[in-house]
Design a protein around this ligand. Structure first.
Ligand code: ATP
Length: 255
């Protein structure tokens, strides 16, 4: 569905993506993991045409048609929506108005009512907050609104940038459950996350980005079994390194 081939992205002199290739299969959830500054958000921004200097190397195809070099509005019209990191809801507008803004690129306006209903089914709390200023919502509610707003454009592919950022563990589980339900309703998802455990838990495929390059890719179930992924991205130490640490601690004690 989405095919990125050998993309290089710069911010002036900063070389952020160094030849990135990625395929997102229709109907799947694909997760990009990596540490701070690895270039995860840049991948999503590059797909959306949001980087000032368009990449001069590589191609991006969506549903068989080139989208690299197109402007963001055109990319949204073709069926891709982004939920940016930090949500960025319109604080001075109500929940309902925020959702309406999400549908602004749609040429045909019929069906908006049904879309509201569909979004309220995923996020019942938004229905009860419909006339509330978005700026007064909690962090979790704002994340729900940002996802709902992106869905108003009826995307075939939804890009999510760190949906777990700043949320409590319970809310993170709730949001990830909803992301899974959205996928099961037919929307393909590409998400960027630092919470590797949750992201691999709900995704079909995972990729690990380091310094602007993918260093590992595979089915999420396999990545979850990989020792390095467990240790460096999920915070689960291997038995061997845990034993090594215990030995080191014992030696230190006797010195
Ligand atoms: P995080 O998890 O912290 O959000 P990330 O993996 O999403 O990190 P990016 O935001 O894509 O990383 O940034 C990749 C690199 O590009 C970093 O070195 C960052 O400092 C740099 N960068 C990002 N945005 C800009 C910008 N607007 N101007 C200059 N450099 C930028």
């Amino acid at each position: 569905m989405l095919e990125i081939k050998n993309i290089e992205t710069y911010y002036n002199l900063i070389y952020a993506l160094r030849g990135v290739s990625l395929t997102v299969e229709e109907g799947t959830v694909t997760a990009i993991l990596g540490s701070n500054g690895a270039g995860k958000s840049t991948v999503l921004k590059t797909v959306m045409g949001l980087i000032e200097d368009q990449p001069d190397k590589g191609t991006i195809e969506f549903q068989g048609r080139r989208i690299d070099g197109k402007d963001t509005e055109e990319i949204v019209r073709r069926g891709i929506s982004l939920v940016p990191e930090g949500r960025e809801v319109f604080e001075e507008l109500t929940v309902r108005e925020n959702l309406l803004m999400g549908g602004y690129t749609r040429r045909e306006k019929s069906g908006i009512r049904q879309d509201f209903d569909r979004i309220y089914e995923h996020f019942p709390v938004l229905r009860s907050r419909a006339d509330q200023w978005a700026g007064t919502l909690s962090g979790g509610e704002q994340q729900m609104l940002a996802i709902g707003r992106a869905l108003m454009a009826r995307p075939a592919l939804l890009l999510l940038d760190e949906p777990s950022l700043g949320l409590s563990p319970i809310l993170v589980r709730e949001i990830f459950g909803i992301i899974q339900a959205i996928n099961q309703s037919g929307v393909t998802i590409l998400l960027v996350e630092q919470n590797a455990r949750m992201a691999l838990g709900i995704s079909h495929f995972g990729l690990i980005l380091e310094n602007g390059r993918f260093v590992m890719k595979g089915p999420s179930q396999e990545l979850m079994q990989d020792q390095d992924v467990r240790e460096f991205y999920m915070g689960i130490r291997s038995e061997a390194s845990a034993k090594g640490y215990q030995r080191w601690k014992r030696k230190k004690r006797w010195r």
